[in-house]
Design a protein around this ligand. Structure first.
Ligand SMILES: NC(=O)c1ccc[n+]([C@@H]2O[C@H](COP(=O)([O-])OP(=O)(O)OC[C@H]3O[C@@H](n4cnc5c(N)ncnc54)[C@H](OP(=O)(O)O)[C@@H]3O)[C@@H](O)[C@H]2O)c1
Length: 160
């Protein structure tokens, strides 16, 4: 399955100056637990911001032109089509882990969203999710993983 995973502020902010605009260790732990053992695709800006491969995951980094050093568990891919072709052969889930450009590029193939609700407005953020990104999805489940943090699971509505 292709699953979008994001932490989103009340005003849809997701990033600032190439980084996350907050630090919630419980959310980082939730992200790690959820995605471990699977494949994660991220845009080049997010790859730079993380700075190293995510452990116990296949890291797929998207960039049209940039190069990265060859290293175990990291695959550089040049287009969404390349990633989609690979995804057919994966026996694990593929998590789309951002940032905004990458979420937007994969929006038509994402079948499920896992969204951590950050209980803040980040007025000076520079990267946002579109407010309608969950159009066509319905909420299925809520996971409370810390006193002040929860993730909501959304699945694509079945067309009748
Ligand atoms: N809150 C969250 O859950 C969350 C999650 C992830 C990231 N973030 C934040 O989001 C911000 C980064 O987001 P962003 O939108 O600037 O960047 P991004 O999506 O991480 O990276 C964008 C770059 O990825 C490459 N790319 C994306 N789609 C591609 C495609 N279909 N084919 C080829 N290359 C593709 C391009 O690189 P080239 O220009 O090199 O071709 C593009 O410029 C940071 O602040 C980060 O911390 C937040």
């Amino acid at each position: 399955m292709i699953i979008g995973i994001a932490a989103i502020a009340k005003n849809y902010a997701i990033g600032k100056n190439g980084k996350l605009p907050w630090h919630y260790s419980a959310d980082l732990k939730f992200f790690k637990q959820t995605t471990s053992g699977n494949a994660v695709v991220m845009g080049f800006n997010t790859w730079k911001s993380i700075g190293k491969p995510l452990a116990n995951r296949l890291n797929i980094v998207l960039s049209r032109f940039a190069n990265i050093e060859n290293q175990p568990t990291v695959l550089l891919m040049r287009s969404k089509d390349e990633v989609s072709a690979l995804a057919k052969y994966l026996s694990c889930d593929l998590y789309v882990a951002g940032g905004a450009k990458t979420y937007e590029n994969f929006s038509d193939v994402i079948e499920k969203w896992i969204v951590t609700e950050i209980p803040e407005n980040v007025e000076d953020a520079d990267t946002f999710m579109p407010a309608n990104f969950l159009d066509g999805f319905e909420q299925k489940e809520t996971i409370e993983f810390a006193a002040d943090l929860r993730a909501k699971i959304y699945e694509k509505k079945v067309q009748s």
